[in-house]
Structures are given as C-alpha cells and as structure tokens.
Design a protein around this ligand. Structure first.
Ligand code: BES
Ligand code: ZN
Length: 882
C-alpha cells in the first residue's frame, strides 16, 4: 500500500518492465500502518463496453488530477490483474511513457491534470474465479469487491479513490436484451445491426469496488417505493425466465428494509432506481454495488415449495444487509480494506436489528449468538485469529471473516448497549453527517460515537485492535444481606499478540431468588479493567445470578454454578437468551463431564431431562422459542471448550445424550410432533414454530428410537406441503440406515431435478448426515452428473457441508481430511477465493487429539507443497501451519 514510495519510472521505457511476470514465491504482506493516500484523484470515469461472452472490449477514460492531500508523485499506478493494454492515450495522444510492473500499469504524467484512456480486452467466459466481468449461464455480470475491478480495466483499485461513473455498453439484442449498470439509465437505443446499447450514470462518487454491470436475457419483477421525503423509487428484481414467481418475498423484504432504515436510522434512499440481479454462479451471498445489487440466487428466490422458513429469513436478512450498505458502505465507504468492519460489522448489526424487529427478537438473538460461537469463537482461538481491524494481510478476500463481520457487529452492539438506543442513534447520525461522501476509518466511527453519545471509548478501542475471545471469571459471594459479584477478565494470546490489555465489558445482569421465584430487575455493569467487584444489596441466600443477559458482550463466562441454579434459570429466567444460555450450560457441562469420564454425569443428564420436559410443555413460550431451546450445542462448540478434543468422544457423548433424552421423553416428543402436525399451515410465527419443533422432535426421536424416527420422518416427508417439512424430514432420514431413506432421497431428487438451489440441499443434507457411510455417500455424489466444482454453491453444498459434519470429517483414518485437501487442490486453480475457504476446518488441527492433529497437519502440508498455489490458499494454509 505504500504507493507514495513507488520509484518514479523514467519516460520512454520499453513496454514491459525487465522483471519476468512470475508470481513471487511468497505473496507480499500488506500492512495497515503503510497506508498512504493515493497521489492522484480520479473525479470522473467513463467506461465503454463492447460486450461479448468470450470477448469484451473495455475503453476506459479517466479524468486524473493531482491529489493535494497526498505526497506528490508523477507516477500514476493503475492496478491490473491479468490485463494487457491494447492502447494507452494521454490527453488523446498515444504514449509510450508507461511500463508494466508485475500486473500493474505505471504511467508517468507531467502535469496537474490529464485524461488517460486505456483499452483492454477480456474473455468473460474464461473467468472461473468469478471476479471481475464473467459469464454465468449465458449472461454477463461483474463482481468487483474487493479487487475485481482491476480484472476489467487498469485503475487505482482501492476504496479511497472515489469517482463518478458514466457507463455505455453495447451488445447483441438477443443475447443481452437487458443492459444494467449503477445509477440511473440516461439513454438507450438500437443498432448497428443486431446490437443495442444503453448508457447509465451514477451521480454519487464511488470506489471501483462498487461498480457493476449486468447484461443478459432476464425477466423483471417491478415495484416502487415512496421515500420519507416523497420521492418514488423504481425497484426491479431481475432473474432468469421461469424464476420470476419466486421473487415476491425478496421484493417485500426490500420494501420493508427501505422503510425500516428510514424509521430506525433516518436513512433515505438516494437514486431513482434500485435494481437487484440474481445470478447462479457467485462466490459470496450478495453484493451492494451502488443502485445495482448482485445476488446469489440463493438469497433472492424463495417460495414455500422450494425454500425453507430458514431460507425465507435468510433472503430477508441478506436483502436488508445489502440495501443498508447504501449508507453504511456506499455513501460512507472504507478508506482501505483494513477498515472492512467499518462497513461490514456495522451493516451486520443493522441487518440483525432489522430482523429482530421483523420477527421474534429473542429467537433472532439466539441464532446470531449460535453463529458467533460456532464460527467466530473457533476462528478467534485458532491460527487464523485476527482483530476486527486486522493489521496485515496477503489476500484481502481471506479477511471477509466471522471476526470482521459477526464480532464486528457485536463490538458495535456493545457501544449501543453502553450508550442506549437513542444516543447510539445520535452517534450514527453524526457519523453519517460527518463522513458522507468520504472513505472513512474505524477510528472515524469511534470518534463520531464518542462525540454523538458522550461516551469515553478510549479503552473500548482495544476491541478493534486485540484478537481473541475474552474470558470472564465470575464469583458471586453472599456477605450478610448483600451479594458481591467479582469479575476477572483475561484475553488469551493469539498469533502475533502475546500480551493483551483488559477491555471494557458491558454485562447485563440480574439477581433472582430461587426460593421465592422472585425475578430481580436487570442492571448494566461494566467491567472496565482486569478485575472488578459489584455489590448488590438485599440479596438472599438463594440468590441466582443471571449474567451476560441478551449476550451483552461477546465473551466466555466461566463460573461455578450449581446445577439447580441452571435448572431454575433455564425454566424461569425472564430474559429468553438467559434461559437458552442456562440450558446450553447444563448440556455443555454434562457432555464435557461424560467426555472426561466424570462419575456424576448421570445426575446432570437427569437434570437436563427435567428441563427439556419443562421446555416441551411450557405454554409460556411460543414454538419458535421452544425449537431454539431444544437445539443441543454443536460438536464444534463442544470441541472448542477443550484444549485437545477427541471428536469421536464428543460425538458419542452428544448422540448418547440425545438418544437418552429421546427415550426418556418419547411420549412427550411424539405428542409434540402430533400437536405440531395438527397446527395450521401458513407463514406466521405459529405455523413456522410448529414446523420447527416438528423437525426438532424428529431429530431426537431418530436418536432414541431409529425405527420410530424413520417411520415418523417418512410420514412427515410424504405429507409435507412445504420445503421446511420436506427437508427437515429428509435430513433426519438421510442419517438413518432405514428402508425409508433411499426412496425419499430419490423422490426428492426427481421432484426437484433442474432446480439448482434445491438440488444443492439434496447434496448438502447427504454430506451433513449422521449416516455411518456419509463419506462413501460424498464420494459417490462427487461423481454425480449434477456435481461440479465450477459452481460455488454446488461445491459448497457437498464439501462445506461435509467439512461441517464432525463425525464424517473427523473419520479416524483421516479420509475426511484428505477429501477436503483434495478439494482445495482441485478448486484452487479454478476459483482461489472459494478454495481458500476450505482451509480453516483443517487449520484447527492443534485443538484435536494427537492422532487427528497429525493427520490434519499432514494434509495442510500436502496442500502447502503444491506448486503454483494462489495467494488466497497460500496465505490460509501457511498461517494454519505457522
Ligand atoms: N460486501 C459483501 C459482499 C462481498 C464479500 C463481496 C466479500 C466480495 C468479497 C456483502 O455486503 C456481504 O457482506 N455479503 C454477505 C452476506 C451478508 C448478509 C453478511 C455474504 O456475501 O456472505
Ligand atoms: Zn456486507
């Protein structure tokens, strides 16, 4: 990033620099501290595309002026990736004063302001990385974040260079009847011959990563939204013909998100058009390009026959997330990629709050915490741990992580907890007002929060710089009529950060009385330093502590707590999250006891059985919440509680508990299933909750009484009128060695053949299954005619699902590890970004028993030794071994 120190190149050099264009053995480390502003500003960009699936010509005209805020340099460095310039003009004249340095084009410019015009030619159909301009199912689309624009044309491809864009594109009318780009359509026309063209103008200055272009044969669901100031915005959701019937939910979600952002954050949309395009080949979930969001079909298309209730929620959440970026990301963008959490952490918080408001806030919070604990906590305790604002990277794509996203959201949520919602809103308003139109930093955000809320966040800033999940040791002591709460925090060492400073930890707490059942009022305490104590007057001998209510801080609470206190909290706490938490704590401590061979384990099991009985029968909670409380902690979360885990022991303990609970409560679970089956259809909370507990009951019953489980699952499958019931039943059946299994799997395939998103589910539920032959099934599925590594959804549906199947992935001989390493090696040359995402499961080798650890490590070493690894995979694998 140290662009200011780039040596100036003399005029008149040969066109290629002398260094051979091979990738360096070790990709360079980019450091946050090396940030320098770019020497040039590019106020305006004009792009002209002659579109073709296997040959597209791009003519770029850049208005270039010196950036007065930067150290002056005559050299204009334009990033490229796999590009050759066909023509370079400066102020209309062909020049030879440019050189290639690696993949970048360096121009030496004499004056203060110039116009630079560069022509490049690209082959979208050969683009298997799905970065830049690529072909997907006959259409053309772009993905530019983080560094894809440089695969389209030479440009300062960094988020602090903001430009207004005019785009003209022309292409075959039949192949590409729809031509879209950012902003507003300004002109269009026909000719010559079979061609037509369109011009788009985006008035808002933006970094290149927000550029988008789409050309294809698409149909559109149109609607409109009137903003709070009375402007009408034209909304369009573009999909392949035949998919339009599955866009209604996305459209309703979009309108709800637009309204919510006005009401809750005061943010209004700022263009006349907002378009969404769904594409089936996409590395990520979706992308917030200004005025033209591009989505993975998975997060647009939904109808009850093909999408589960969970899929509906995911569509709503992702649509909202990308829409919210219009302010938190686009109007205020990031200065550099180290600031990624500025837009992503904040926007994840915004989408979480939105989803809380749209449905059950308690259930949404529990789901978000479950994701944090099962994905981010392991990341934070492993070799890839990094702070939410990283200090260095080799490949930025590797830093779109649960830490930057989900922990980033938790950090901002803590500021909201500390400030209260009204002051938090004032802080946000100030941030948007101060930095509108700018490329900002996390520090800018924190400062606006301080100025807008009055909080002093001096120590709180450590949450941005330190990695690792803090652990808080909790002791509650009775002292006469009062209780003294003593807290002590430690932040564990992480790679490159041995010593840590204490961080302010906001904890919502309440003291309940077990004897009387009286629930205490909630208060907020803040552990500012390494230790602290808090006195609660009027606390009786049966005081039960409810702490980190609502998961007010992303920390691990360590405390000795009597099982009867957890039973009380699980059954009676008025904070739904605390109830869930107590249930989890009961199960975790029991299962860890079983794994360690603790003789008191059977008592813990009985306590869990009693709580589960209460949960199944409790009329005070709805089924959505009941379903949540019935989910046992996952094996990866359990493994994370141990310094060295034996995955077989954890799996056996968890399955054993499930089976025991199911046998103890068989009557109750069957009755619950029957009651839920009799609940009505529809999509309100009640029928959705019924569907959730229905499948949860099956999950238990299949473990306790496989024959009964299989029979009930098959009946649920056969009677299903929604994908939720059908998939839930099939998921359970896929794990059972029962006669009902094969026929239902075949039926599902035939019923949904040709619907890629549903066939993805079919692959995933077999790869994730509890079936003892899951590995064999995955091997066979890899040879299925519908399987391909070239489509990221399909590759993930088989192998990510498999890597998330603990008993299969950790098969004792190491076969699962070999399969994931083979997948990385096969995928890396095609799609490095997606390939590198398979490294983290192997990277956790240190946390497993020595036999597994050696096998996992050996597979990572095999990948590391392969020639010509991508930067993406190289970085993940070397950090995992290091
Ligand atoms: N800006 C990202 C998309 C992105 C990520 C592009 C990485 C390029 C590289 C987008 O806003 C995003 O965060 N999408 C998430 C979904 C979201 C709901 C968290 C995704 O794609 O997973
Ligand atoms: Zn995002």
């Amino acid at each position: 990033m140290d662009l200011a120190r780039t040596p100036a190149t003399p005029d008149g050099n040969p066109k290629m620099a002398d260094v051979p264009p091979i990738a360096p053995a070790t990709p360079p480390l980019i450091r946050r501290e090396d940030y320098r502003p770019f020497a040039w500003a590019i106020p305006q960009v004009a792009l002209e595309f002659d579109l073709g699936l296997d040959s597209t010509t791009v003519r770029a005209r850049l208005d270039v002026t010196r950036n007065p805020a930067a150290e002056p340099s005559p050299v204009l460095r334009l990033n490229g990736d796999g590009l050759q310039p066909a023509e370079v003009l400066v102020d209309g004249e062909a020049v030879s004063s440019w050189v290639m340095e690696g993949a970048d084009l360096l121009l030496t410019l004499p004056g203060e302001a110039h116009q630079v015009a560069i022509t490049t030619c690209i082959d979208p159909s050969a683009n298997s990385q799905l970065m830049g301009l690529y072909a997907s199912g006959g259409m053309l689309c772009t993905q530019c974040e983080a560094e894809g624009f440089r695969r389209i044309t030479f440009f300062p491809d960094r988020p602090d260079v903001l430009s207004t864009y005019r785009v003209r594109m022309s292409g075959d009318r039949d192949l590409f009847p729809v031509l879209l780009s950012n902003g507003n359509l300004t002109a269009s026309g026909r000719g010559p011959d079979a061609l037509h063209w369109a011009e788009w103008h985006d008035p808002w200055p933006k970094p290149s990563y927000l550029f988008a272009l789409v050309a294809g044969d698409l149909v559109v669901n149109r609607d409109s939204f009137t903003t709070m100031s009375g402007r009408e915005v034209q909304l369009g959701i573009f999909v392949r013909a035949g998919d339009e019937g599955r866009t209604a939910h996305a459209m309703e979600s979009l309108k709800r998100a637009m309204k919510w952002d006005e009401e809750v954050f005061g943010r209004e949309y700022d263009l006349d058009t907002f378009n969404i395009v769904a594409v089936s080949d996409f590395n990520m979930g979706a992308m917030e390009n200004k005025g033209l969001n591009v989505f993975n079909t998975k997060y647009v298309l939904a109808d009850p026959d093909t999408a589960t209730d969970g899929d509906f929620d995911a569509v709503e959440g992702v649509i909202a997330h990308e829409y919210f970026h219009n302010w938190s990301g686009n109007r205020v963008t990031c200065r550099d990629w180290f600031q990624l959490s500025l837009k992503e952490g904040f926007t994840v918080l915004r989408d979480q709050l939105f989803s809380q408001d749209m449905g059950s806030a308690a259930v949404k919070r529990i789901e978000d915490v479950r994701v944090l604990r099962s994905v981010q906590f392991p990341e934070d305790s492993g070799p890839l741990a990094h702070s939410i604002r990283p200090d260095s990277f080799r490949e930025i794509s590797n830093f779109y992580t649960a830490t930057v996203y989900n922990k980033g959201a938790e950090v901002i949520r803590m500021m909201r907890t500390l400030a209260g919602p009204e002051k938090f809103r004032a802080g946000c308003d100030l941030y948007f007002e101060r930095h509108d139109g700018e490329a900002a930093t996390c520090e800018d955000f924190i400062r606006a929060m301080e100025d807008g809320t009055g909080l002093d966040l001096a120590l709180f800033r450590r949450w941005y710089s330190q990695a690792g999940t803090p652990q808080v040791e909790v002791r509650l002591e009775q002292d006469g009529g009062q209780a003294v709460l003593s807290l002590k925090q430690t932040v564990p060492p992480t790679p490159g950060q041995e010593l840590k400073q204490p961080m302010p930890i906001p904890l919502r707490v309440a003291l309940h009385d077990r004897a009387t059942g009286r629930l205490g009022a909630e208060s907020l305490i803040v552990l500012e330093g390494a230790q602290g104590s808090f006195v609660f007057p009027d606390a009786g001998p049966d005081t039960v502590l409810s702490i980190n209510r609502g998961f007010s801080a992303p920390v691990i609470i360590r405390r000795e707590v009597a099982p009867q206190d957890l039973v009380f909290l699980a059954a009676h706490d008025d904070d739904p999250f605390a109830r869930y938490e107590a249930m989890q704590d009961l199960v975790v401590s029991h299962l860890l006891g079983v794994v360690r061979g603790d003789p008191s384990a059977p008592e813990g099991r009985a306590a869990i059985g009693e709580v589960l009985r209460t949960v199944v029968a409790d009329t005070g909670i709805d089924d959505l919440m009941r379903g949540e409380l019935m989910i046992l902690p996952g094996e990866s979360y359990l493994a994370d509680q141990l310094a060295q885990a034996d995955p077989s022991a954890i799996h056996a303990a968890r399955e054993g508990l499930k089976g025991w609970l199911a046998r103890e409560l068989e009557g109750e679970l069957v009755a619950l299933h029957q009651r839920a089956c009799a609940a009505g259809e529809g999509f309100d909370a009640a029928p959705r909750g019924a569907r959730k507990v229905k499948t949860q009951a099956l999950v238990f019953l299949a473990a306790g009484n496989p024959a009964l489980g299989a029979e009930m699952a098959a009946a649920q499958y056969d009677a299903a009128t929604t994908m939720t019931d059908r998939q839930g039943a099939l998921m359970v059946l896929a794990g059972l060695n029962s006669p009902e299994r094969t026929g239902r799997l075949l039926d599902f395939y035939n019923r949904h053949k040709g619907n890629a998103l549903v066939i993805d589910k079919w692959f995933a539920l077999q790869a994730q299954s509890l079936h003892p032959n899951a590995i064999e099934h995955v091997k066979a599925l890899a040879r299925h005619p519908d399987f391909t590594l070239r489509n990221p959804n399909r590759a993930r549906s088989l192998y990510m699902a498999f890597a998330g199947n603990p008993s299969a992935f950790h098969a004792p001989g190491g076969e699962g590890y070999r399969m994931i390493a083979d997948t990385i090696l096969a995928l890396d040359p095609l799609n490095p970004q997606t390939a590198a995402r398979f490294a983290p499961p192997l990277g956790r080798w240190r946390r497993f028993e020595p036999g597994r650890a050696a096998l996992m490590r050996a597979e990572l070493e095999r990948v590391a030794a392969a020639p010509r690894l991508s930067r993406d995979t190289y970085e993940q694998v070397s950090r995992s071994l290091g």
